[in-house]
Design a protein around this ligand. Structure first.
Ligand code: 2AM
Length: 222
C-alpha cells in the first residue's frame, strides 16, 4: 500500500535493531554509573538538582522509555505541521524499511534528559526534515543558526515529568554553546571519551570511538 493511502504515524524515525539497543543501553548505564561518582559531578551537583545535600543515583533518576530510536519527523497522526509533506517526500517512500548505520558520536546528560547525539551522513540527511531545527527556536533561539541534523538524537531516558522531545532541545542548547565558541570545561578523560561540562548541569561525553548502530527507517503508530 503506498504511504499516502495509509494514515500518518505518530512519528517516522530510525529504530535501532535489537542487538545494538542492548549495547547502547549498557554503554549509557556505564556512563551514568561513572558520572555520578566523579568528584567534578559532585562539585556541580547543585546545578543538577535543587536537593543539593543529597547524592544522585543517575540510573534511578532517569526513566527509560520504549524502543531506542532517532525521530526524524513527529507527525502526531497527521496533526503536526508538515506531516503529510514529509510522508510524501520521495526519499521517505524510497527508503522506508531500509537499514542504515547511524553514528552515535556523543552522550549527554542534563537535569532533564540523557541522550546520544546522532551525527547524520549526507544520505541520512535526505530523510531529515528541513525545519527540524527551526521548530525548536522558541525553546532554543540559537537553533536557527545550527546546521541541519543538529537535533538528531536517541533519547536514553528522561527525568520524571519530562517530555521526550526535551532531549533534542537539550542537545541543541549544548551545540549552540559550542558554536558560540564555548568548548565546555574539560573535566576528564574517561575510557569512553572526553567529558566536558557546559554549566547548568549539562554534561557532554564525546565518544573516542563513535558507536555504529544499525537502525531501520520506519514509523511508529503506537
Ligand atoms: P524524542 O525523539 O526526543 O525521543 C514519540 O513521542 C516520539 O516523538 C519521541 O521519540 C519524542 O521525542 C518524539 N516527539 C514527541 N513530540 C515531538 C515534537 N513535538 N517534535 C519532535 N519530536 C517529538
Amino acid at each position: 500500500v503506498p504511504l499516502e493511502e495509509t494514515s500518518l504515524p505518530l512519528f517516522f524515525g530510525w529504530f535501532l535493531l535489537p542487538g545494538i539497543q542492548d549495547k547502547v543501553r549498557c554503554t549509557s548505564m556505564d556512563f551514568l554509573k561513572t558520572l555520578d561518582t566523579l568528584e567534578a559531578f559532585k562539585k556541580h551537583l547543585p546545578d543538577f538538582t535543587v536537593e543539593a545535600e543529597k547524592e544522585v543515583d543517575l540510573e534511578q533518576y532517569f526513566q527509560a522509555n520504549g524502543a531506542l530510536h532517532c525521530t526524524t519527523k513527529f507527525c502526531d497522526y497527521g496533526k503536526a505541521e508538515g506531516a503529510k509533506e514529509y510522508a510524501d517526500k520521495p526519499a521517505v517512500e524510497e527508503l522506508y524499511g531500509s537499514v542504515f548505520e547511524l553514528s552515535l558520536s556523543a552522550l549527554f546528560v542534563t537535569p532533564r534528559t540523557v541522550g546520544a547525539r546522532v551525527s547524520l551522513s549526507e544520505d541520512q540527511l535526505t530523510l531529515w526534515p528541513a525545519d527540524a531545527e527551526k521548530e525548536a527556536v522558541s525553546v532554543v533561539p540559537a537553533a536557527a543558526t545550527l546546521p541541519a541534523g543538529s537535533r538528531a538524537h536517541v533519547t536514553l531516558g528522561c527525568a520524571e515529568g519530562v517530555e521526550p522531545q526535551q532531549t533534542g532541545f537539550d542537545l541543541l542548547e549544548i551545540l549552540a554553546l559550542q558554536q558560540e565558541g564555548q568548548e565546555g570545561e574539560l573535566v576528564e578523560e574517561m575510557e569512553l571519551g572526553s567529558l566536558a561540562y557546559y554549566g547548568k548541569g549539562r554534561w557532554l561525553l564525546s565518544l573516542r570511538e563513535p558507536v555504529s548502530a544499525q537502525a531501520c527507517f520506519s514509523s511508529l503508530y503506537g
